[in-house]
Design a protein around this ligand. Sequence first.
Ligand code: SAM
Ligand code: SF4
Ligand code: SF4
Length: 367
Amino acid sequence: MSERFVPVFDARVRSVPLPPAGGAQLPLGRPIDRLGRRLHDLRVSVTDRCNFRCTYCMPKEVFNREYRFLPHAELLTFEEITRLARVFVAQGVEKIRLTGGEPLLRKDLPRLIEMLAGLRTLDGRDLDLALTTNASLLPRHAAELQRAGLKRVTVSLDALEDEVFRRMNDVDFPVAAVLEGIEAARQAGLPVKINMVVQRAVNEHQILPMVRFFRERGHTLRMIEYMDVGTTNGWQLGEVVPASEIVARIDAQMPLEPVEPDYPGEVARRWRYRDGGGEIGVVASVTQAFCRDCTRARLSIEGRLYLCLFASHGYDLRSLVRAGASDEQLSAAIAGIWNSRSDRYSELRGQLPPDEGRKVEMSYIGG
Ligand code: SAM
Ligand code: SF4
Ligand code: SF4
């Protein structure tokens, strides 16, 4: 194992051959993979560090003082991220989400947002530029993020009951401070959605209080099935509360009806209250896999392209960038990787051979 990388938690890397200069054969049209899926969303991880230790994501026993986060020189610079993002956007990406670790821990993040906000989709529109955050630093940064060109924010909050939330984030962070962050974003003019990971016997009793609270305040709540991402959280199927059960519990109190997706590949199934008071979403990655609509690519903090959240291999784009590849060469490399994609982990869950514990961690890839 190389000194440079964190043992075990760093998934294997594939080098990408540099396409020939000048004559790089750009595939015609937007890339389309072997299952007919287009490339529409890009998630960019900007740091592998976090000030929380959510038990389902960065368990303290693993992400402790001995854990070696990536050194700064390994991280993509803002210029490198923006350059790669531009190439992705030229391939049809219309939505970019910044994530981590905790993205607001990355120094000068508004500068990156400003750079990305300058990009335009293929038909000349603004990008849908979003951020997923634990909200701890939003009171300090929300206004600046909005001014830089951020379009919207997703805040992760797993419970309203303070004791439950403190136990889940495992750094004793209070609910009230997250709510302050949400309010700061709202005041800055940023639309806010809330993500809640639901775990059996941990926070399932928080579903209805969360639904009621955010419905009253006009924020869409998305409930996410607890997923077997990475290898450190000790995931077990019995800890998953199926989305169908989540919807049934809410429907029994506040009747719901389904909403058509906004676009193919939208991961949350949407439901609206029959009385017209807003909507909720459920992300059923475990019990109702949506791989056939998976239009999302992930760029890791050190410039590796991952196609599936459960991948054990990333493609090393940083080496191409640092070796002086042209935009055309990067484009050809990315299109080649996407075109040959056929992964559908969630659909095959349970039928796949053991992965030898090398799946990439959530805090590294960012969801
Ligand atoms: N730190 C930021 C935050 O928590 O919003 C961004 C990164 S976090 C990895 C992105 C999202 O992944 C969060 O909403 C978090 O709740 C979710 N997540 C982390 N581990 C998960 C798991 N095992 N199953 C489902 N969702 C998970
Ligand atoms: Fe940090 Fe987000 Fe993971 Fe929680 S879910 S430990 S806030 S990266
Ligand atoms: Fe996409 Fe992989 Fe999730 Fe399937 S399991 S939806 S391929 S990220």
